[in-house]
Design a protein around this ligand. Structure first.
Ligand code: ATP
Ligand code: LTN
Length: 332
């Protein structure tokens, strides 16, 4: 991996919560892989973020490894990207503390992800509340300029931008103000069982999402059972036909064809035939990921992560020294 790189720097993170789904892939991870061609890329499994909701430690070890394997299977390339576990780089937590001292609590009170998590039953703890501050630290720790995420993370990115500006203003020019990179299609893949809410790994219903490791049969079954409407024509109308519109978006994202083109072909095909075509497009897209996942060796993956953590720590130490000096907490 190059270190004195002059390309623009990209940072993104994923929580190791298991159940990596088609929404994660189309909305974010597929983009991560493509960005490796043109940018300096840093991809982090944000396991400190994942601890903000209740979890089982033994299960967490397994899920962290599984998440790393899924990303490698998708095509995150440790020779081209810095790839590591957040918890192994303590500078994330220190910078989060420092940024916390300039974060207005009013901004955190407005965070919709926080409010949604509380509404869905997560206990209100300080970690969950300050989650967006740790996310800002992740990004700023590497002075990243571009952050590929799905639509749902836009508000968190706004806070990151605001904190970069506040820090620069208060302590001197230190951080670039990062921009989100949100894909044009599939930025918000919706649930198959409730097409008015996003496909999510935490939805209690298994049928609501397609997992990247689902079998072909499971994919076909879930797509066939996807909630639609009773008017039989296939057309794009997110208000009147959210279910069909979601399937159209998914198929467009999987095949690279335009929605207009798909509507022209399937308008009168009937929902049954349309759904089969959607399932086939999904299977073609994700079956190779499943195959690559099975070929990975756990010990090799652990080695990749250990090496990534070493590199990430040494790079983070440089910024840590600068931030300590700027804020007056450097060593005498
Ligand atoms: P969830 O809401 O599913 O529990 P999350 O948003 O916490 O998960 P992460 O694993 O942290 O999921 O997110 C990984 C990436 O996937 C993020 O960039 C996020 O924006 C994106 N993403 C998550 N759900 C969707 C979706 N339904 N459509 C498009 N992108 C998504
Ligand atoms: N909050 C993000 C995960 C995340 C992230 C980041 C994304 C944590 N730190 C830094 C981009 C950059 C989520 O829930 N998807």
């Amino acid at each position: 991996m190059e270190t004195n790189d002059t390309r623009r720097r990209v940072f993104s993170g994923v929580q190791p919560t298991g159940n990596v789904h088609l929404g994660n892939y189309l909305g974010a991870f597929r983009n991560w892989v493509a960005l490796q061609e043109r940018y300096e890329t840093i991809y982090c499994i944000v396991d400190l973020h994942g601890m903000t909701v209740p979890y089982d430690p033994d299960d967490y070890r397994r899920v962290r490894l599984e998440t790393a394997k899924v990303l490698l299977a998708i095509g995150v390339d440790p020779d081209r990207s810095l790839f590591y576990l957040q918890s192994q780089v303590p500078q994330h937590a220190e910078l989060a503390w420092i940024l916390g001292t300039i974060t207005p609590t009013g901004a955190l009170n407005r965070m919709t992800q926080y409010k949604d998590k509380l509404a869905s039953g997560a206990p209100a703890n300080l970690g969950l509340y300050s989650y967006p501050v740790l996310m800002a630290a992740d990004i700023l720790l590497f002075r990243a300029e571009l952050v590929p995420v799905g639509e749902d993370q836009k508000q968190h990115l706004e806070l990151t931008r605001d904190l970069a500006e506040r820090f620069n203003h208060r302590f001197g020019e230190t951080f670039p103000v990062p921009d989100p990179l949100i894909p044009e299609t599939a930025a918000r893949v919706m649930s198959l069982t409730d097409p008015t809410s996003k496909m999510s790994k935490s939805d209690p219903s298994e049928k609501s999402r397609i997992l990247l490791l689902d079998s072909d049969e499971a994919i076909l079954k879930k797509v066939k059972a996807a909630v639609t409407d009773s008017e039989p024509t296939v057309r794009y109308d997110t208000e009147a036909k959210p279910g069909i519109s979601n399937l159209l978006e998914i198929m467009a994202a999987c095949t690279g064809r335009s929605i207009d083109d798909l509507v022209a072909e399937y308008h009168d095909a009937g929902y049954g035939r349309f759904k089969e075509a959607v399932a086939e497009a999904i299977i073609e897209t994700i079956a190779p990921i499943r195959t690559a996942y099975r070929r990975l060796d756990d010990r090799e993956v652990a080695r990749i992560l250990a090496k990534g953590a070493l590199d990430a720590r040494s790079r983070a130490e440089a910024l840590q020294a600068e931030v300590r000096a700027a804020t007056g907490i450097d060593a005498f």
